[in-house]
Design a protein around this ligand. Structure first.
Ligand code: FES
Length: 329
């Protein structure tokens, strides 16, 4: 686990962008001859105009996170795009907030908490976090510092594998009891939830049981990048011929019929067309392409804004054609 501070590459004092707490950057690296992009939430506060900080957990099988944690040196130049993401909270949306996270999902929550604390925001912040062991409590020191600075910040941390670590706080997963004991009137508050899919699903079920209306809940899935078919060991070329709509990749001058349930991104990989991607779950926006004709279904469109939709931009990782389509790729 390492925190990286990114400064402008020019001699400018300030970064060439501003962001809202909860947003992320897409960073690109060339690794083994392939361009790889991953999304990392910004953990610093937008009040710091000179830098952004990204906290990266080294995943044993993650090519990009290993590259970043093991090889990146102070002074290296990196390519970053953004900021992107709608999983934001800046204090204008509600008069209190419940931030529930697990693992690396803590990073956007720390950005939100830093920002609200620096702004002396008057609302209560309930910061609920779970991880395995104290060593996995990334940014734990920062949370403790914020807690000392902000009497409105209420922190509850529970650990699932803390035996023998000396951890004295709550143990186990996030439960109904932990939530109701930590947050009075939970159902009436704005809730931000971020973590790996199983934790998100379990917590959503508890929140529904506690009567939290869906409109009070904002979510972002973390730490579970869907692997590319090749990486997942799935044959890139299905055996039966495809009989679905015809997809034309106009820039590459290639067309092919798509298989039932295949996405435009998967077909592009089959044809060797380089559409960039990161999350493959519809949230990062790296796979945006322009569709010049036809219609698609997209299960998740979190990364598209109204402008994108008006201009025919689609998410290749989500797009399943309903008719013949043409995309600029
Ligand atoms: S790869 Fe992230 S939205 Fe498609």
């Amino acid at each position: 686990m390492k925190t990286f501070r990114l400064l402008p590459s020019s001699s400018d004092r300030f970064l060439p962008f501003t962001f809202v707490p909860g947003q992320f950057l897409n960073v690109a690296f060339w690794i083994g001859g392939a361009r790889m992009i991953r999304s990392y939430s910004i953990s610093s506060s937008p009040t710091r105009r000179e830098y952004v900080e990204l906290t990266v957990k080294r995943e044993p099988r993650g090519a990009v996170s290993r590259h970043i944690v093991d090889l990146l040196k102070v002074g290296d130049l990196i390519e970053a795009a953004g900021p992107v993401g709608k999983f934001t909270f800046d204090g204008t949306e509600a008069d209190s907030v419940v931030l529930i996270s697990a693992g690396v999902g803590i990073t956007p929550m720390v950005s939100v908490t830093r920002y609200l604390t620096e702004r002396a925001w008057a609302g209560d912040i309930f910061f609920i976090f779970t991880c395995r062991t104290p060593a996995d409590f990334i940014l734990g020191n920062e949370v403790a510092t914020l807690q000392r600075a902000n009497p409105k910040l209420h922190v509850a941390v529970t650990m699932t594998r803390s035996e023998g670590t000396g951890w004295k706080g709550p143990r186990g997963r996030i439960t109904k009891e932990l939530l109701t004991q930590t947050v009075p009137d939970l159902a009436s508050r704005r809730i931000q939830l971020c973590g790996p899919l199983p934790m998100m699903e379990a917590t959503k079920a508890i929140l529904a049981e506690l009567g939290v209306p869906p409109e009070n809940l904002k979510t972002e899935q973390f730490g579970a990048v869907k692997p590319a078919p090749a990486a997942a060991g799935i044959a890139l070329k299905p055996t039966a011929p495809a009989t679905g709509p015809l997809v034309t990749f106009s820039t590459n001058n290639k067309s092919a019929r798509i298989h039932a349930d295949q996405t435009v991104l998967e077909l592009s990989e089959e044809l060797g067309i380089g559409i960039d991607f990161s999350c493959r779950i519809g949230t990062c926006g790296v796979c945006k392409v322009k569709m010049t004709s036809g219609e698609v279904d997209q299960a998740v469109q979190d990364a598209l804004d109204d402008d994108d939709k008006a201009n025919g931009i689609i998410l290749a990782c989500q797009a399943k054609p309903k008719s013949d389509i043409a995309v600029e790729a």
